[in-house]
Design a protein around this ligand. Structure first.
Ligand code: MG
Length: 183
């Protein structure tokens, strides 16, 4: 009896995580994303996570490669390209935003919906035209899937020398990703 109850709880857990934590698209890095294809699929608004998506936690400046990538993304014609970070360091995120010449939202509290909802409303974005790119299932992908906007997952840039909490998040994420492959 207990065994069958446990099985039903774990089945429910995996069904829910498959529904909410599974990215629609997965790439090794932002440099592997086919932004032209996203454009062809009707995406007009791109929202990027910052930490471990664009730069590692150890870096404070974006690379030339990253600057060039964003120039080429901008040349495609996207209506908005916005940085949205959970980081509470306004200085850090504003610095990245300035280097890429993009607007940024700090302390976005992903996966809570209020910041995204405000952004979608303020800019009158059609959710079918929005893609969110990030390195964390529990924040970026969960938020995107909650709104049913396109979730684009990239492998985190560097998961060494992180806090205990961040390590635990990435370990859980790796375990969840492996469970998707097993299904
Ligand atoms: Mg991140």
């Amino acid at each position: 009896m207990l065994k069958s109850q446990l099985k039903s709880v774990t089945d429910r857990f995996f069904t829910l995580s498959y529904q909410y934590l599974r990215p629609q698209l997965m790439y090794e890095s932002i440099y592997d994303i086919d932004f032209g294809l996203l454009w062809d699929d009707g995406v007009r608004h791109l929202i990027f996570d910052v930490d471990n998506t664009l730069i590692s936690y150890a870096d404070s400046d974006v690379s030339i490669q990253c600057i060039n990538l964003f120039k080429s993304i901008q040349s495609i014609g996207f209506e908005s390209i916005i940085l949205m970070s959970n980081n509470s360091s306004v200085d850090r995120i504003e610095r990245v935003a300035k280097q890429l010449d993009l607007p940024a939202i700090t302390f976005a509290c992903k996966p809570f919906v209020f910041t995204m909802r405000r952004l979608l409303n303020d800019r009158s974005m059609n959710i079918q035209e929005v893609a969110l790119i990030g390195d964390q299932l529990l924040t970026d992908v969960l938020l995107a899937n909650t709104f049913k906007i396109i979730s684009v997952f990239v492998d985190p840039i560097d998961t060494s020398h992180l806090s205990y909490l961040k390590n635990a998040q990435y370990s859980f994420q790796r375990w969840i990703l492996q469970s998707f492959y097993r299904q």
